[in-house]
Design a protein around this ligand. Sequence first.
Ligand SMILES: C[C@H](O)[C@H](O)[C@H]1CNC2=NC(N)=NC(=O)C2=N1
Length: 97
Amino acid sequence: MNALSADQIDVPGWRLTRGALKGTFATDGFSAGARFLQDVAKAADEANHHPDALVTYPSVEFTLVTHDADDTVTDKDVALARRINDIAGALSIKHAD
Ligand SMILES: C[C@H](O)[C@H](O)[C@H]1CNC2=NC(N)=NC(=O)C2=N1
């Protein structure tokens, strides 16, 4: 797995922040965030690739790096970020910023 450069990373609503791929979603409620995380956790287990997640009252923030590639951003992170966007869309959850 090779580390991607900033111009190789193009996932709507996600940004390269301090070397990690970060996406924040407006869930408008803590239990809505927990529900969103439940679906993301299932997808992460299926992919055997897992984000860090911060669940707050109004939002959920995911941070993705590939630990097996020295905590750099790889295609695995981009693929999971796209999958998380699809899960958010299915739950009518939008990006926060
Ligand atoms: C042993 C297991 O396959 C590995 O630890 C998987 C699990 N989930 C993972 N998640 C992330 N983000 N990066 C990894 O390198 C990774 N590796």
